[in-house]
Design a protein around this ligand. Structure first.
Ligand SMILES: C[S@@+](CC[C@H](N)C(=O)[O-])C[C@H]1O[C@@H](n2cnc3c(N)ncnc32)[C@H](O)[C@@H]1O
Length: 275
């Protein structure tokens, strides 16, 4: 029996866990009409994993641009480092701020592991000592943060997560070029958000990059993810009014999910479907 993950097994900012169920529903409706799913902006691979579970006979290509696979491969090392950190923090209340001494001990543990192993998954390790919403991808970044005891009891477990996936690592345009000829392919497009808020990787994407992605939509079956935090939706609405059938998302349907950040602010995540 194949294990089904509802969220990525290792922390990943921007993973589409809140859309998994709806995305699965869209895939089910495509049964028999597609033979390939190409996850051009694979991130944590969660959408690829979902696609393979829902349509097991389909070829599913996961574009692992961020080398998430490397993080999955060293999960036992990550768990070992985290066990040492948990021992260090034994007796510290959950969510409590670490003292300078405890913080220095955590950093020394991670530095020692990095020295010994050559590379450690600091993104995952950092989740156990950083406040919610804070991320670190290197020892240097980790060293800049205030730390808290946020260690979770259980080990990370990634068993079978990548089973059946074809893994690629390429710029999305290159991969699209390889798969474009197949009229039975579904393209999944979840590019970094165009937003004024600085995320981890999001702020290096500029308007031109988004327009380049829109180019791919013409004549393809796709599921495109965005949010009204990004001005792409407004732009597409303008293009739809101006160019009607020639607009990039003409005829597509939109599913929306509202996310509440706090009592004053909320935004909508969107899944735009054309099949
Ligand atoms: C919003 S995330 C995708 C999240 C993914 N759907 C998930 O559920 O985990 C966007 C991803 O696109 C990647 N990316 C950025 N530039 C890219 C490029 N030129 N080609 C392919 N992927 C790229 C980012 O590194 C990031 O992992």
């Amino acid at each position: 029996m194949c294990r089904i993950y509802k969220c990525a097994p290792l922390p990943f900012i921007g993973q589409k866990r809140h859309f998994v169920r709806e995305f699965a529903g869209v895939l089910k409706q495509l049964e028999g009409n597609i033979d390939t799913v190409v996850d051009l902006f694979g991130g944590s691979g969660l959408l690829s994993h979902t696609a393979k579970r829902v349509l097991p006979w389909c070829r599913v290509v996961y574009n692992d641009f961020d080398n998430y696979v490397r993080r999955l491969a060293v999960v036992e090392d990550t768990n070992a480092v985290l066990r040492t950190i948990k021992e260090l923090l034994n007796g510290v209340e959950p969510k409590k701020r670490l003292t300078d001494r405890q913080r220095a001990d955590v950093l020394a543990t991670v530095a020692e592991a990095q020295e010994r192993l050559g590379w450690v998954d600091i993104t995952t390790i950092a989740r156990s000592v950083l406040f919610s919403g804070k991320w670190a991808n290197s020892l240097e970044e980790l060293g800049r943060h205030t730390m808290y005891n946020r260690a979770k009891a259980a080990d990370y477990d990634c068993d079978g997560y990548l089973d059946g996936l074809e893994i690629a690592r390429a710029d999305y345009r290159e991969l699209f070029g390889q798969e474009y000829g197949n009229s039975r392919a579904l393209f999944v497009l979840d590019p970094p958000y165009l937003s004024t808020e600085c995320g981890m990787y999001e702020n290096y994407w500029k308007l031109t990059d988004y327009l380049n992605v829109l180019r791919l939509l013409k004549g393809t079956k796709y599921v495109y993810f965005t949010s009204d935090k990004s001005q792409i939706v407004e732009l597409c609405q303008w293009l739809a009014d101006e160019y009607r059938e020639a607009a990039p998302m003409h005829g597509a349907t939109v599913r929306m999910r509202t996310n509440t950040v706090n009592y004053q602010s909320r935004y909508n995540d969107m899944m735009i479907i054309k099949t």
